[in-house]
Design a protein around this ligand. Structure first.
Ligand SMILES: [Zn+2]
Length: 469
């Protein structure tokens, strides 16, 4: 124990984490969860859910407070809902959400076994070490701690651990719950993945994010069909040329800039960070368009500087796949492309499709909406009730590190809950570097210290939120 404290102090970390009780139980729980393979191909989310339920039962949860759910015909894609009762039945619950499933990982590609939790030089390596088993384990551990302390929160705390977040073709457990077991997960607000703490390349803490909404990913197919013919007798009416023309037009187009609470708060915080880094021109431009959203020069400067900033300002659409022709010596009978759009919150999906059709400006090009994952949800409001406790703990744990609201360009299960009117915030105060700890990639990793700090922070945050009126 002495050695650990010394090490943490040497790294300049928060001593609060080292002093946190129950660390060894948490490590064992985290290890058990990480080592339960939950890939779609070979894993079992239902088993992981049962194991997490067993931890809660050990901590004193009654069977009536735990529900393992298994969607019909998907025996290995189950999940867990737990309810920790509150003392004020008039207050709606808060919901802790995390996904159990992980992205596929091949042993032969990894340096270490992806389904063993390996600790080396202060770092944990494993598939799911961050995404999303860090937070899933912290939720379970925190509920177990609260129960053993006999904590009586004002509002009930619900937990939902689900499967099928990482694979678009899989059954999504969060969506399934909202459609089939709404009462189990109904809540005043929810906490989920989708944000993190940012380290720079040198390992210095730069910002602590809170996710305030996300864009909606939507695929569209552009398709041209043609009677084709022999390539020795070309005609002007060529499916590939029609498609290429449409894609070129789309590539030249920028959707209009839009503002909401999420990206306004983001650029307000980012302007300060840029100014502190001496990036005066960028900081001034950000401040300028926050004052005047029609300042085209300032917007162009910021959007052109960083693709993430651009994505935070507007709907984006980009060609991602092409498929055309059937023989090298034949005129193409079919040409199609996939265009992936990230739709700004509140923008109508059909309006985006129509815009692509207008840009194609060619009646031969059909623009078809592909699988719809979720409705485009509203942005959860950054109320003082959410922000104040978060900012207070941020100042205590990570002094001087700014809290930065982000509009997530990626998609999380939070969308299903935001769509239902349950404001869902991405909160995961675990610091990771610019490579995002190789989440979804090879040798996923996170610092042990960051994980333990996140655990200590979230334990306090959950208590604060659960005790609010
Ligand atoms: Zn995830």
């Amino acid at each position: 124990m002495v050695r650990i404290v010394t090490l943490v102090a040497a790294l300049g970390g928060s001593l609060a984490a080292a002093a946190e009780p129950g660390e060894s139980q948490f490590r064992a729980l985290y290890q058990e969860l990480v080592e339960t393979n939950t890939t779609l191909s070979a894993g079992d989310c239902t088993l992981a859910a049962q194991r997490m339920a067993a931890h809660l039962k050990n901590a004193g949860f009654a069977d009536s407070e735990l529900a393992i759910f298994v969607p019909p015909d998907h025996p290995k894609e189950g999940g867990l809902v737990a309810v920790y009762p509150g003392r004020d039945p008039k207050l709606k619950a808060m919901l802790l959400l995390a996904h159990l499933d992980v992205v596929e990982a091949k042993r032969e590609d990894w340096t270490r076994d992806p389904f063993k939790l390996v600790e080396e030089n202060g770092t944990f390596y494993a598939r799911g070490a961050i995404d999303d088993k860090a937070e899933a384990a912290i939720w379970v551990d925190t509920l177990a701690r609260l129960r053993s302390e006999k904590f009586k929160p004002r509002r009930a705390i619900k937990l939902a651990l689900t499967c099928g977040e990482e694979t678009s073709s899989a059954l999504n457990g969060a969506k399934w719950l909202t459609e089939n077991k709404r009462e189990l997960v109904d809540a005043a607000f929810a906490l989920n993945e989708g944000a993190w703490g940012e380290l720079d390349a040198a390992g210095k803490r730069v910002a602590l994010q809170i996710q305030a909404g996300e864009k909606t990913s939507q695929d569209f197919r552009l398709e041209v069909t043609n009677s084709g013919g022999h390539s020795s007798r070309p005609v002007k009416n060529n499916a590939i040329y029609h498609l290429a023309g449409a894609l070129t037009n789309i590539s030249r187009y920028e959707f209009p800039v839009q503002f909401n609470d999420g990206n306004r708060a983001y650029f307000t915080a980012m302007a300060k960070i840029q100014a502190a880094k001496g990036e005066t021109e960028i900081a001034t431009a950000m401040t300028a368009f926050l004052k005047n959203p029609d300042d085209a020069a300032a917007l162009a400067l910021v959007a052109g500087k960083d693709p993430s900033w651009n994505a935070t300002l507007r709907t984006t659409c980009v060609a991602t796949m092409l498929d055309a022709g059937h023989a090298t010596n034949a005129l193409p009978q079919r040409a199609r492309a996939n265009v992936n759009c990230r739709i700004f919150p509140g923008v109508n999906r059909e309006d985006v499709r129509k815009q692509l059709e207008n840009l194609a400006a060619d009646s031969e090009v059909k623009v078809i909406t592909l699988n719809v994952r979720n409705e485009n949800p509203p942005v959860p409001p950054l109320t003082p009730a959410i922000m104040k406790p978060f900012e207070k703990l941020a100042a205590e744990f990570f002094p001087g590190v700014p809290v930065v609201p982000v509009l997530q360009a990626g998609a999380t299960d939070g969308a299903f809950f935001n769509s239902l009117g349950i404001p869902t915030y991405g909160i995961m105060p675990i610091f990771i570097g610019p490579d995002l700890g190789h989440v979804h990639g090879l040798n996923e990793y996170l610092s042990v210290q960051s994980l333990l700090e996140g655990r200590a922070f979230l334990y306090r945050l959950i208590k604060a939120y659960a005790d609010q009126k």
